[in-house]
Design a protein around this ligand. Sequence first.
Ligand SMILES: [Fe+2]
Length: 178
Amino acid sequence: MNIIDQIISSYANNKSPYIGEKVTITEHMIQTAMLAEKNNCSSNLICSSLLHDYGHFILENPDDLVSKEKDGKHEDLGYEFLKKYFVKNVVEPIKYHVKAKRYLARDVKYYRILSEASKVSLKLQGGIMDDKQAKEFEVNEFFKSSIKLRKFDEGAKKTGLKIKSINEYKNLLISKLI
Ligand SMILES: [Fe+2]
C-alpha cells in the first residue's frame, strides 16, 4: 500500500475516541483541518492540521513505529514518521503543537478554555512554559504556524458536527509529498 492509501485507511478505520474527548481521533483531525480552511490558512497549514495527531494512530499500530523507543510522545512519533514523506512546512508545526500549548497556557484565559483531558496532558507534557522557554520558542521559524495549529486543535472537539470525508483531502495530501 502506498503511503497516501495507508494514511487514508488509518483515518477511515479509526473508531477510537480522542483521549478523554467525545470525538474520534479522525473526527478531531478533520475538524482541525476544517478550521484551518475556514481561517484561510495556507495549504501547508491545512495539511499540518489534518495530520497533527497522526502519532496517535502510530501508537495504536505499533507496526508503524519508526523508532524503538516508544515513549508515547505522539507529536514526536507523528513527526518522525511523517517527515519521511511530507514537506518540512507541513511536518514542523506538528512537531511543535504540544510546545504551542505549553506556550499558550501562560495566558490564563487560554488555560481556562482547555478541556479537562487537555489540562491533565499539559502537566504530563512538561506544564506551562517559563519565560525563558517562551522566549526561545517565539523565535522559532514555525512559532506562528504552530500556535495557529494549536488554536484550531483546541476548537476541534465538537460533537454532532458534519465533517468532510478524509478522501476529500487526498489531493492535498498528495500535493505535499516530498
Ligand atoms: Fe489534537
